[in-house]
Design a protein around this ligand. Structure first.
Ligand code: SIN
Ligand code: FE2
Length: 219
């Protein structure tokens, strides 16, 4: 097939292909797009019970990205540190259950990226509004790094940074669009990553927001 560009290709094929991002790191273009409506409905149902909130870092800074969780464990930060916990500190209730469609998507994306099936027990849900960003960090609060991370983008596009094992390693920048899924594990499981300041825009399904699901095996 001749090169016809991503937008055009995606009119014919919801799965826009695979791109290598690093060792053990793959971008699956458009992988979640055909389930976007159900994923967004699931986010809405979760946030009705565990609302988005701006958590505080151990250093005392309020995060610009609003977060919540579902699953057996939820990632939280406050003045005492970063950790996973079974209950939402804001409501005292267990985090809402992981929806089956999240599990299914994680398993399919991990397999498409070449990993054995992953069964996430934690899903961090991030909400970016224009101006929000996530500094370069590692996902390292999980008990076992043998399992890959599956990261799903919905809504407005964002610039994702993907570096290396060391903070100062060179960083690749790629645009993640609605429905794109990034999977990283194996040699890149602890690679640094982040999201540049979200630019304003309007997405037909999410308005002026971007959502990200980060599915992990945390416990
Ligand atoms: C994260 O690293 O938790 C989120 C990444 C993203 O929003 O794409
Ligand atoms: Fe992360």
């Amino acid at each position: 097939m001749p090169y016809i560009g991503r937008m055009q290709q995606n009119l014919f094929d919801a799965d826009g292909g695979k791109e290598a991002l690093g060792p053990g790191a793959t971008v699956l273009r458009g992988f979640a797009r055909k389930r976007d409506v159900e994923l967004l409905a699931a986010i809405e149902a979760i946030t009705a019970r565990a609302p988005f909130r701006h958590m505080v870092t151990p250093g005392g800074f309020e995060m610009s990205v609003a977060m919540t969780n579902c699953g057996a464990a939820g990632w939280v930060t406050d003045r005492t540190g970063y950790r996973y916990q079974a209950r939402d500190p804001q409501t005292g209730a267990p985090w809402p259950a992981m929806p089956p469609e999240f599990l299914e998507l994680a398993a399919e994306a991990a397999a498409a990226a070449g990993f054995a099936t992953v069964v996430p027990d934690a899903c961090l849900i991030n909400r970016y509004e224009p101006g929000a960003k996530l500094s370069l960090h590692q996902d390292k609060d999980e008990a076992d790094f043998a399992h890959p991370i599956v990261s799903v983008s919905l809504g407005l596009p964002a610039t994702f940074q993907f570096g290396g094992a060391k903070r100062g390693d060179p960083v690749r920048k790629i645009t993640l669009e609605h429905g794109d899924v990034v999977v990283w594990g194996g040699p890149s499981r602890l690679f640094h990553h982040g999201v540049l300041t979200l630019k304003s825009g309007e997405h037909p399904l999410t308005g002026c927001r971007r959502f990200n699901l980060t599915l992990r095996k945390a416990l």
